[in-house]
Design a protein around this ligand. Structure first.
Ligand SMILES: [Zn+2]
Length: 492
């Protein structure tokens, strides 16, 4: 069996004006850098779905033909050129290889400049190349906006079950097991249903609340041969198929129907529990400062509304201003500002520089922060994730610096990268265990590594481009009747 494998991942916030360019995918921006061919095997020990798939299939009698793996930080739409180049490589390879089966490591919420359903378009073109008899299995992110075209094109799709996404490799190995069954000639029934409301990003955290219960329940179906998935969706992609979906496969159609309907009911009957609440920035900082007096570990605050992992630009300054005004001892990381990083590198360690840091146009309270900072640490921006989330990933944040004003230190990077792993702070010369308060530009992923190593986690609502409540976004293209938040208004 010749199995073609490839990965192409992006989570698109169509409200963001910052595109994902081809260069974004080449760098990876917090994901493994773009690689081709045999170099994909370097990902075998990385906790991503492709890594899990490749590791699992070592035990199979399969001839794996790796093509390309590419991902970039969530942002505005994928540039047409980037989409066509990467998609084109996958299609050309399928034409040349003539595989017996295909595995794709996808996200499921990609919108390109010219296609709202990036994955559906890719899969449709791929199906046209290989025909109907070649099984195609995909793994999808928990934040996939699953579409009709995706579901009708693939033979099976499996979704992540954790947020923070610590089960990526495990999901890849589940995809491998399912593909093997399809290759053996097994035919599976599909059933899927749409949830009628958008789920806020923060509410999807599987360490607590309804998401914890629901995602834990998915594995129970495997007892009767039913494979269930639940994509909570990415609530910032403005197209008619944005939203959460439950789906499943099974050989027993009645068992499948029963399992899937129960799952659907479990999610919708707890609609109120999926609502999100945040602390005001000053309240979060005061609370963290109070808790830190008696703590032996740092208190971590999520600056969730500027999370680059949801398409933010990591440039808003509300939390920085709040920390500086409160005169607390704290760290904030990381602001994406290549000009400031370059200025810090030009000045050198120990020097004081007057700079205008970050700033998000059009958002009151997120303006550039103009002060004199001391350059405390300089770095080339490289580090390797050592925490559970995407463990083993080597990232390149570009020239980076740690700057200090009073007792507040702020990390600055030249690449837009979500702060999810403590090694990113080490890269900035910061010892997280010695800090009182750490503010991270992340919504949930940071919990995997920081959670067990912190006194408490607070979630703050500083002004930023990613409203934690999706009802606050200017939706135009959702399908009629879709509620823009749990118990919230329907789409216009
Ligand atoms: Zn995700």
């Amino acid at each position: 069996m010749r199995i073609m494998v490839a990965g192409f991942q992006h989570e698109t916030n169509t409200f963001s004006a910052t595109p994902a360019t081809y260069d974004s995918f080449v760098n990876g921006e917090g994901f493994p850098a773009l690689r081709r061919g045999e170099a994909l095997h370097e990902l075998e020990n990385v906790n991503i779905a492709m890594g899990g798939f490749l590791a699992a299939t070592r035990a199979y009698d399969w001839d794996i033909v790796p093509v390309i793996w590419a991902a970039a930080c969530p942002s505005g739409r994928v540039a047409r050129d980037a989409y066509e180049r990467i998609t084109g490589e996958i299609l050309d390879a399928a034409q040349a290889i003539r595989p017996d089966a295909i595995y794709l490591d996808l996200h499921g919420a990609m919108a390109a400049e010219h296609h709202d359903d990036g994955e559906g378009e890719l899969l449709g073109r791929l199906r046209a190349v290989v025909g109907d008899d070649v099984p195609i299995v995909v793994s999808l992110d928990l934040h996939a906006n699953v579409t009709e075209r995706m579901m009708s094109t693939v033979d099976a799709a499996v979704g992540l079950r954790t947020y923070p996404h610590v089960d990526m490799a495990e999901t890849g190995s589940r995809a491998a097991a399912l593909l093997r069954r399809l290759c053996a000639g097994e035919r599976l029934h599909l059933r899927w249903k749409r949830i009628p409301f958008l789920i806020p990003v923060n509410s999807g955290c599987t360490d607590m609340g309804p998401a914890q219960d629901i995602y834990r329940s998915l594995g129970r179906g495997e007892g009767d041969g039913t494979f269930l998935s639940f994509a909570a969706g990415f609530p910032a992609t403005d197209f008619p198929e944005c939203g959460p979906v439950v789906w499943g496969y099974g050989s027993d159609v009645d068992a499948l129907r029963g399992r899937l309907d129960t799952l659907y009911e479990d999610i919708v009957r707890r609609e109120a529990d999926w609502q999100v609440s945040l602390l005001q920035p000053a309240v979060a900082v005061a609370e963290a400062n109070r808790m830190a007096d008696d703590a032996t570990r740092p208190v971590v605050i999520a600056d969730t509304q500027d999370n680059p992992g949801a398409g933010g630009d990591a440039r808003s300054t509300g939390m920085l201003r709040t920390l500086a005004d409160a005169r607390v001892s704290a760290v904030l990381a990381a602001i994406w500002d290549p000009a400031t990083a370059a200025a810090a590198h030009a000045a050198g360690t120990g020097r004081a520089i007057g700079i205008t840091l970050g700033g998000h146009p059009g958002i009151p309270g997120a303006e550039p922060f103009e002060r004199i900072f001391v350059v405390e640490h300089l770095s080339d921006g490289r580090c390797r994730f050592e925490g559970p989330m995407m463990h083993g990933t080597e990232i390149g944040s570009g020239p980076s610096a740690c700057l200090r004003i009073d007792d507040v230190r702020v990390g600055v990077t030249s690449r837009k990268v979500q702060l999810i792993d403590r090694s990113q702070l080490h890269m900035l010369g910061i010892r997280p265990e010695r800090e009182r308060i750490i503010v991270v530009k992340s919504s949930v992923h940071f919990r995997a590594d920081f959670g067990p190593n912190s006194e408490a986690v607070l979630v703050a609502g500083a002004p930023g481009p990613i409203p934690a409540n999706p009802a606050d976004l200017p939706w135009r293209h959702l399908r009629p009747g879709m509620r823009t938040s749990p118990l919230g208004p329907t789409a216009p």
